[in-house]
Ligand binder design. Structure first.
Ligand code: PRP
Ligand code: MG
Ligand code: MN
Length: 180
């Protein structure tokens, strides 16, 4: 897998240090509350697992699976709910966990949906933010790293479902996705 990388953009150590920092910040923000932490499958899984382990408050975990990319490198712009939540969020403090915000379409859709479902508050934490990809005006409340307009994979981010299990964030060699 490592041979398919042009470069390592964010090392495992850098990620873990940042996750620790974000977890401390969020534990303080949600102190004495019981947030409903919602991971957006599948990309958010490694980040969410590491993040919540480092938060020293009570949290409820749930997941939504929404998909907009399929096996393509370009967003179709369509957001589809593949798996919904198991619990009601009315009156809850909702923290949405994402691996990356690119066009912003996925989170824009989820935030509108959660407002409609009467969450008490809705916040977004994302490990990566790619502001150059934005198609809608959406800002995360908390972000780990800003990434350039490159095809990044690893730590949850996939190309055609591969590379999610890399412990670092890397830039994929163009020949890998050009051959598809
Ligand atoms: C990716 C990523 C984010 C979303 C970001 O998910 O994990 O959820 O796209 O892109 P956007 O800001 O342009 O909407 P994807 O839909 O590929 O599903 P996955 O998490 O299962 O890979
Ligand atoms: Mg995703
Ligand atoms: Mn993806």
């Amino acid at each position: 897998m490592r041979n398919d990388m042009e470069e390592i953009l964010i090392s495992e150590e850098e990620i873990q240090e940042k996750v620790q920092e974000l977890a401390a910040q969020l534990s303080e923000e949600y102190k004495d509350r019981f947030p409903l932490v919602i991971g957006v499958l599948k990309g958010a899984l490694p980040f969410m697992a590491d993040l919540v382990k480092r938060m020293d408050i009570h949290v409820e975990l749930d997941f939504m699976d929404v998909s907009s990319y399929g096996n393509s490198t370009v967003s179709s712009g369509e957001v589809k709910i593949v798996k919904d939540l198991n619990t009601s969020m009315e009156g809850r403090d909702v923290l949405i966990v994402e691996d990356i915000i690119d066009s912003g379409l996925t989170l824009n859709y989820l935030v509108e949906l959660f407002k409609h479902r009467k969450a008490n508050s809705i916040k977004i934490v994302t490990l990566l933010d790619k502001p150059t990809g934005r198609k809608v005006d959406l800002k995360p409340d908390t972000a780990g790293f800003i990434v350039p307009d490159a095809f990044v994979v690893g730590y949850g981010l996939d190309f055609a479902e591969r590379y999610r299990n890399l412990p670092f964030i890397g830039v994929l060699k163009p020949e890998i996705y050009q051959n598809q």
